[in-house]
Design a binder for this molecule. Structure first.
Ligand code: ADP
Length: 208
């Protein structure tokens, strides 16, 4: 985990420009900056307590990050997933990590983006982040890494999805249960996602 810089370290390195205090609506206590990271690369390589999988309702594997996680974890993961009986959209379930460096996988089911029902999509996506973090705390896990849920095959617009992801994580870290987490890592794959996180992280996690 040491090679993953915190948001504070990214600010210091100049990789992310800190928001000016005058422009921001959210004030953060300094230590929140040490509990959030941005990482570009494959989530399957992270040695953390839990990586989150952007799964589908069957929990039996799929494309994108789901396929990558199942390939890296091995067939035992699929065997455990079969016993879970699927998962509703917006909810999450936990398994072991098997051959992954991560100890656990939290499988959450993002919404397929529906432009006719934007509010519904937004609520379901927010719920994925909240339920995943609740599960992490219930299982005494300290480090959780998220991919950008629903922004691949499920078609969620990247900017909107990023806004929801960061807002939800910020709220959770500020809450009573959030104090039990040491670190949330946002994992981006492509450059578009990376740019969206670099623009929005300073708004939700500004310097004091
Ligand atoms: P969904 O079906 O929820 O849209 P996808 O897996 O298609 O899920 O995409 C979700 C996000 O995960 C996308 O931003 C995609 O680029 C990213 N992604 C794909 N492979 C990986 C990986 N190995 N590690 C991290 N993120 C990944």
């Amino acid at each position: 985990l040491t090679e993953i810089k915190t948001l504070r370290a990214l600010y210091i390195a100049g990789e992310i420009k800190p928001a000016l205090a005058a422009n921001i609506k959210y004030k953060t206590s300094g230590n929140l900056l040490d509990r959030v990271s941005l990482y570009q690369g494959t989530i399957t390589e992270l040695e953390v307590d839990a990586i989150v999988n952007a799964a589908n309702r069957s929990l039996l594997g799929g494309g994108g990050v789901d396929g990558a996680i199942h390939r890296a974890a091995g067939r035992q993961l699929l065997a455990e997933c079969r016993k879970l009986g699927g998962c509703p959209t917006g909810d999450a379930k936990i398994t072991n990590g098997y051959n992954l460096p991560a100890k656990h996988v939290i499988h959450t089911v993002g919404p397929v983006y529906d432009e006719e029902q934007v509010d519904k999509s937004a609520k379901l996506l927010a719920s994925c982040y909240r339920r995943s973090l609740e599960l992490a705390v219930q299982n005494s896990l300290k480090h959780v890494a998220f991919p950008s849920i629903s922004t691949g095959l499920y078609g969620y617009p990247v900017k909107d999805a990023t806004d929801i992801a960061i807002n939800e994580v910020r709220q959770f870290l500020d809450s009573e249960s959030g104090t039990k987490l040491d670190r949330v890592i946002f994992v981006v794959w492509g450059d578009e996602d990376k740019l969206a996180y670099e623009r929005l992280l300073p708004i939700y996690f500004p310097l004091d």
